[in-house]
Design a protein around this ligand. Structure first.
Ligand SMILES: Nc1ncnc2c1ncn2[C@@H]1O[C@H](COP(=O)(O)OP(=O)(O)O)[C@@H](O)[C@H]1O
Ligand code: SF4
Ligand SMILES: [Mg+2]
Length: 341
């Protein structure tokens, strides 16, 4: 069994408007030392998935089923208290907005010290030394002085570094970063991604990076899971996804990837329409109302949910088009189009 394994995870929220199927049958596995990128547009269920792994929906109104195995332990059925103890010790999270995850009235150092001492029986002095080390490690200059700063005294990029230090201070075996660079400008984004790559090497954790932007995970991920409407629509190695993608939605994401040589707002080949409501998910293939190739499945896409099937060597695709046809469309129609634009 892998270090982390999700099996048919479902996280649904009953609301006044109906049942929100935020995560609807998600399975994947991840080993320590590996990085998985989870990519999809806003509202595809990425954050709900990460909060679910960390047990943060427990005690709320979410209906959760399926299995989450972490290092041989099943977490969906585990008590809230037990999963709370694992957080910070075995698994940690980096959020998009460090300010929301940090307390404004305590210094950055005190927050790292406190987080560290919950799980480590050490003196305040030792914990402080550790906090300074961690801040230095994530590239904060003069860490022995900055340790006494308050979060608002840091720039956005430095705050994100501090949160990474906080998350790593307990040496987690699973680290989930949810849109860790979305709030940052492009230059700082690149620095934070570099930092995460270095830390990943040193810490040997299993790392999940969640993003709406394929560009962010391009160089960082070993494997990539593309999510649409609460489901995985394509999964493969980074090479599978960038060199031989087979799902029309992935083609759309590749086409709409912001590129350094263009204005960030300029989309090459935008995916038409908008992401589905997770209360009234479209019938059949959830992507069919937006899919350029929908007619080629002879009406099947409107009525039958495609299964997630193996295309080749662990590369999984959820689409009714036969694999050979998808590959031909990619080679002859989509790829030349992307290269030309
Ligand atoms: N606590 C909640 N109650 C009801 N619906 C929720 C809750 N949390 C998230 N959702 C819904 O679940 C869907 C997926 O959300 P989310 O995982 O945050 O998407 P994203 O991929 O952008 O991170 C959205 O439609 C969102 O409105
Ligand atoms: S099943 Fe049909 S509608 Fe869905 S992605 Fe494949 S081609 Fe497009
Ligand atoms: Mg999110």
């Amino acid at each position: 069994m892998s270090f982390l394994e999700l099996k048919d995870l479902r996280i649904h929220f009953p609301t006044d408007d109906g049942l929100v199927r935020s995560v609807d049958g998600l399975s994947f596995s991840l080993e320590r030392g590996r990085t998985l990128g989870i990519v999809g547009e806003s509202g595809s269920g990425k954050s709900v998935t990460s909060l679910g792994i960390l047990g943060l929906h427990k005690g709320g109104r979410a209906r959760i089923s399926g299995e989450i195995w972490l290092d041989g332990e099943e977490l969906v059925g585990a008590s809230q208290e037990h999963v709370r103890r694992l957080r910070g010790k075995k698994m940690a999270m980096i959020f998009q907005d460090p300010l929301s995850a940090m307390h404004p009235f305590y210094t950055v150092g005190d927050q790292i010290i406190e987080a560290y001492r919950i799980h480590n029986d050490v003196s305040k002095k030792v914990a402080r030394k550790h906090a300074v080390d961690m801040l230095g490690r994530v590239g904060i200059p003069q860490p022995d002085r900055r340790v006494d700063s308050y979060p608002h005294e840091f720039s956005g990029g430095m705050r994100q570094r501090a949160m990474i230090a906080m998350a790593l201070s307990c040496d987690p075996e699973l680290l989930i970063a949810d849109e860790p660079t979305t709030a940052l400008d492009v230059t700082v984004q690149a620095q934070i991604l570099d930092l995460m790559r270095d830390l990943q090497r040193d810490f040997d954790a299993a790392l999940i990076i969640i993003t709406h932007d394929l560009g962010v995970v391009a160089e960082l991920s070993d494997d990539i899971l593309v999510m649409y409407g609460g489901k995985c629509v394509e999964y493969g190695t980074s090479e599978d996804i960038f060199e031989r993608p087979e799902h029309p939605y992935t083609w759309g994401l590749l086409g709409s990837m912001p590129r350094l040589d263009r204005e960030p707002t300029e989309r090459l080949l935008p995916i038409k329409g908008s992401p589905p409501s997770l209360i009234n998910v479209p019938s059949g293939c959830a992507f069919h109302p937006r899919c350029v190739f929908e007619e080629r499945t002879g009406g099947l896409a409107k009525v039958e949910v495609p299964e997630l099937l193996e295309s080749e060597g662990g590369h999984l695709v959820r689409c009714h088009l036969p694999a050979e046809r998808r590959r031909a469309i990619w080679q002859k129609e989509v790829k030349p189009n992307l290269e030309a634009s």
